[in-house]
Design a protein around this ligand. Structure first.
Ligand code: DGJ
Length: 728
C-alpha cells in the first residue's frame, strides 16, 4: 500500500521506494503539508511550529489562537484573499465580485486507477499505482477542489493534479488553476531552470532562490524554447551525485508558470500550472475544470539521481507502450540536405545512398505539399504537390520501400499561410482579434485549434495523405509562438479559454491519429525543441531537440535536456561540416558520438560525402546498433559538473545490471600541453572486473568509479573519446 490514512490523526502518507510525502487535515480542515523527502517513519507534524507573527492574521474561528495563521502554515493547495499572502494556487471571481477562496477538507478516497483527465495527456499507471483524492471545499462560493495524488513507487514519482468544480448555483470565473503547490517549511534552495531560445534550448541556469517571488514560464501558447515547464529545487550544496533535489515537471505543452516564493520565515512555496496571464475559464453550476498533471520527484542522490527518476518515469509511464522497447529507426531527414529544393528523383538518390550506409528510414521534410517552395505559402493545404515531386506520394513511398527503407513525412498541422487555399476558404479559422491583422511569424498564422471543425479538417486532410501512401513516421512541426489568441467561435467573455482549448484541440488530433495509426511514430518538433515537454512525449516518443545541429552546441542542449528527459526521446542527427547554423567544423566521429546520445539519424546530403566518410558512417551506424539498447534503457550519468570550467563534456550510460557501460567525452577546447582529460565513472559494480573494448586491460568497477579514468591527449579541434567496458 503506497497510500495510507490514519483515521485518528488524519495524516496521509504517500510512500515510494525511497521517498515519503505526508500531509494532514487539521482540526480546522486546513490540509497541511507536513513533509516531502527521504523516507522516514512516523508522523512529521512535529516539524510545524507556530508563533504569532505580526501582520499574519488568523482565520475568524481561530481568533483566540494568534499563532495559527494561513499565512505561515504549510499547505497543500493555497487559497486566495483570506489571509495567506503567499502565492495562491487557485483564484476565482464569483458573481458578486468576491475573489476570496478558503479551502477546507471534506473527505478523501483511495483507489486503484486514475482520475479521468478528459483530453489531457497523463502518466500511464503501473500495477501498483494508487490514487488519493482529497476534496477541499469553499462552501461560501460553492467550490470543490479535488486534489489527486497518484503514487508511482518504482519511479519515486508523485503525480498531482486538481479538478475544480463549481458546486454553487451561480457561474464562477476561474482565473488561476495551478496543478500543484508544495510548501517546504525548511531548506535553503537553489533553483535550476531551463531557459533558452530558438537554436539553444533548455540551458540550465542555477540560481539561489531570493526572498520574495521568482518565476519562470511561457505565454507563447507553447511550452517554448525559452522556458521549459520543469524546475529543480536543490540544496545549495547539491552536486550531480549528492544532495537533496526536488523536481517539478508539468505535463503540458501550452502556457505555463512555475513560481517559487521564499517567505518571511524562510519557507519556500512552489506552485506550478497553466499560466494565469490571459487565462480565465467560466464554470457554470456543476461544471469542472481539470488541470494538467505535475510530476514531482525527490532524490537524495543529487541531480543525476533526480534525472534518473524522470528518465524512468518518462520511458515507462509517459512514452506510449508501443515505443518503450522498440529501437527507433536510424533515419535520414531531407531538411538540411535539400531544404525546399527537391523532386522525387533527388529524394530517391538520397535514399539509395542512405540505404548503402545502413540507414533505415528516409524522411521528406517541409515542401512536398500545396504551393510550398519557401516558407511564405502553402501551410494548411495538405495536398501532395505532384508536379513538384514528379510523381504521386504513393509512387515515391513505394520506391523508397522497394529499396528497403521506411518512409516519413513532415507536417505542420496547427498553422496556416495567408497564401493558401485553406486561408482563402476559411479566414475565420486563423486566430486573430477582430478588426486587427494578426502578427505574422515565419509569414504564417496559427490555426484556431479550439474549434472542432478545424481539428476535424486536419484529421481528414492528414488521413488522406497517410492512407494514400505507406508512411511510418510523421514529423509534427510548430514554427511560431501564438499571438492574437482570439477565437471567432467563442463569445467575448470566453476568450480567456482559447489558449487551453487550443492545446486540447492539438491533443485530440494527436490522439485520434494515433488511434487510427497505432504504429505511426510521430516525432514532435517545434522549430527544433520549442515543445519539448512531457505532454508532447505522451504522444511522440521522440522530439527533435533543436534546429541547431552543431555537435558542440548540441553538447549543451542535450545536457540541459537530460536533466528532465531521457536521451531515448531526444531527436539528434549527424549534420554536415561546416555546420549550417554555426559554420563550425567538427570531426565526423565526434558528430556521431553526440548524435548517438539521442534517437540517431542523419541530416545531410549523402551525395556530398566522400567514400571515406561513407565508410565511417557505416561503422557509426553499426556501433549505434550495438549500443542502442544500453543508450535507450541504461542509466544515464552526467560526468562533468555544470559549468565547471573544464574543457570537456563527458557522460555515460551504465547497464542497470552492471554488465556494461559506455563512456563519452568530447573536448570542447584543445590546449597545448594541457591536463589529461579525466572522469570518475558511475553506476558500475565496485568489485566486478570490466574489460575495456579494443584492449586487454581490465579494471575493477571500484577503480573506475573511485580512482577514475584518464584519457590520452589528442590534438585538433573537438576530438572525442568513446569507451565501452564489459563486465567479465
Ligand atoms: C523547423 C524544423 O525544426 C526543421 O527541422 C525543419 O523541419 C523546418 N522547420 C522545416 O520548415
Amino acid at each position: 500500500m503506497s497510500i495510507q490514512h490514519n483515521d485518528q490523526t488524519h495524516v496521509f502518507s504517500l510512500t515510494t521506494a525511497h521517498t515519503l510525502y505526508q500531509m494532514k487535515a487539521d482540526a480546522n480542515g486546513v490540509l497541511l503539508h507536513l513533509y516531502y523527502g527521504r523516507k522516514t517513519d512516523g508522523e512529521m507534524s512535529y516539524l510545524i511550529r507556530m508563533t504569532d507573527r505580526g501582520f499574519s492574521g488568523n482565520p475568524y474561528e481561530m481568533r483566540g489562537s494568534r499563532g495559527y495563521s494561513l499565512d505561515t502554515l504549510p499547505q497543500e493547495y493555497s487559497g486566495s484573499g483570506v489571509g495567506d499572502f503567499r502565492l495562491p494556487s487557485v483564484q476565482t471571481v464569483s458573481e458578486n465580485g468576491s475573489r476570496s477562496v478558503d479551502l477546507r477538507f471534506v473527505d478523501f478516497a483511495i483507489r486503484k486507477g486514475r482520475p479521468a483527465l478528459r483530453g489531457l495527456p497523463f502518466a500511464r499507471e503501473a500495477e501498483d499505482t494508487e490514487t488519493l483524492t482529497v476534496t477541499l471545499r469553499d462552501s461560501v462560493i460553492g467550490l470543490d477542489v479535488q486534489l489527486n495524488y497518484r503514487v508511482f513507487p518504482g519511479e519515486d514519482v508523485i503525480v498531482r493534479s486538481a479538478r475544480i468544480i463549481n458546486t454553487g448555483k451561480q457561474p464562477l470565473r476561474l482565473e488561476k488553476a495551478a496543478s500543484a503547490c508544495v510548501d517546504f517549511l525548511y531548506g535553503d534552495f537553489d533553483v535550476l531552470h531551463f531557459h533558452g531560445r530558438h537554436c539553444m534550448e533548455r540551458v540550465p541556469e542555477r540560481l539561489r532562490l531570493p526572498r520574495g517571488i521568482a518565476s519562470f514560464g511561457s505565454r507563447r501558447g507553447m511550452s517554448s524554447h525559452h522556458s521549459n515547464p520543469f524546475v529543480i529545487l536543490c540544496d545549495r550544496h547539491a552536486t550531480e551525485n549528492a544532495g537533496d533535489c526536488y523536481g517539478c515537471m508539468l505535463m503540458y505543452s501550452g502556457n505555463h508558470l512555475e513560481e517559487m516564493e521564499v517567505d518571511q520565515a524562510g519557507s519556500t512555496r512552489l506552485v506550478s500550472g497553466i499560466h494565469p496571464d490571459g487565462f480565465s475559464w467560466t464554470l457554470a453550476p456543476g461544471e469542472a475544470f481539470q488541470t494538467p498533471e505535475v510530476l514531482l520527484s525527490y532524490s537524495a542522490d543529487g541531480l543525476n539521481g533526480l534525472s534518473r527518476h524522470y528518465h524512468d518515469m518518462i520511458r515507462r509511464r509517459v512514452i506510449a507502450p508501443r515505443w518503450q522497447e522498440d529501437r527507433r529507426p536510424v533515419l535520414i531527414n531531407s531538411w538540411e540536405a535539400a531544404y525546399f529544393d527537391f523532386d522525387a528523383e533527388k529524394i530517391l538518390r538520397f535514399g539509395r545512398a542512405a540505404k548503402d550506409m545502413g540507414i533505415e528510414m528516409l524522411v521528406l521534410d517541409d515542401g512536398w505539399f500545396g504551393k510550398r517552395n519557401d516558407d511564405n505559402s502553402g501551410l494548411g493545404d495538405w495536398v501532395v504537390n505532384e508536379s513538384k515531386l514528379g510523381c504521386s506520394m504513393k509512387e515515391l513511398s513505394d520506391r523508397i520501400h522497394e529499396m528497403g527503407l521506411q518512409f516519413g513525412l513532415w507536417f505542420e498541422p496547427e498553422m496556416v499561410s495567408e497564401d493558401s487555399d485553406l486561408y482563402r476558404a476559411h479566414p475565420d479559422w486563423a486566430l486573430a482579434d477582430p478588426d486587427r491583422k494578426a502578427m505574422l511569424a515565419r509569414n504564417q498564422w496559427v490555426l484556431d485549434m479550439s474549434r472542432q471543425d478545424v481539428v476535424d479538417y486536419l484529421f481528414d486532410a492528414m488521413c488522406a495523405v497517410l492512407d494514400h501512401a505507406k508512411i511510418e513516421y510523421v514529423k509534427w512541426d510548430f514554427n511560431r509562438s501564438v499571438a492574437n489568441c482570439y477565437s471567432h467561435a467563442l463569445p467575448a467573455d470566453r476568450q480567456g479559454e482559447v489558449a487551453h482549448r487550443f492545446m486540447l484541440g492539438t491533443y485530440q488530433l494527436l490522439e485520434r491519429l494515433l488511434a487510427r495509426y497505432p504504429d505511426l511514430i510521430i516525432e514532435g518538433c517545434s522549430g527544433g525543441g520549442g515543445r519539448f515537454d512531457a505532454g508532447m512525449l505522451y504522444y511522440c516518443p521522440q522530439i527533435w531537440c533543436s534546429d541547431d545541429t552543431d555537435a558542440i552546441e548540441r553538447l549543451e542542449i542535450q545536457r540541459g535536456t537530460s536533466y528532465g528527459y531521457p536521451v531515448s526521446a531526444m531527436g539528434s542527427h549527424v549534420s554536415a561540416s561546416p555546420n549550417h547554423q554555426t559554420g563550425r567544423a567538427v570531426p565526423l566521429d565526434t558528430r556521431g558520438i553526440v548524435a548517438q546520445s539521442g534517437t540517431f539519424g542523419y541530416e545531410l546530403n549523402p551525395g556530398k560525402l566522400s567514400d571515406a566518410e561513407k565508410e565511417e558512417i557505416k561503422k557509426q551506424i553499426a556501433d549505434y546498433r550495438r549500443f542502442a539498447a544500453l543508450i535507450a534503457h541504461g542509466d544515464y550519468y552526467r560526468l562533468t559538473e555544470l559549468n565547471d570550467g573544464r574543457d570537456a563534456e563527458a557522460w555515460m550510460f551504465a547497464a542497470r545490471d552492471g554488465s556494461e557501460a559506455l563512456v563519452n567525452l568530447v573536448l570542447t577546447h584543445v590546449r597545448a600541453n594541457g591536463p589529461f582529460p579525466f572522469v570518475k565513472l558511475q553506476g558500475l559494480i565496485p568489485d566486478a572486473a570490466y574489460r575495456l573494448e579494443g584492449t586487454d586491460r581490465t579494471y575493477t568497477g571500484a577503480a573506475l568509479m573511485y580512482g577514475g579514468f584518464s584519457f590520452p591527449l589528442k590534438s585538433g579541434d573537438y576530438a572525442a573519446y568513446q569507451l565501452h567496458f564489459t563486465r567479465i
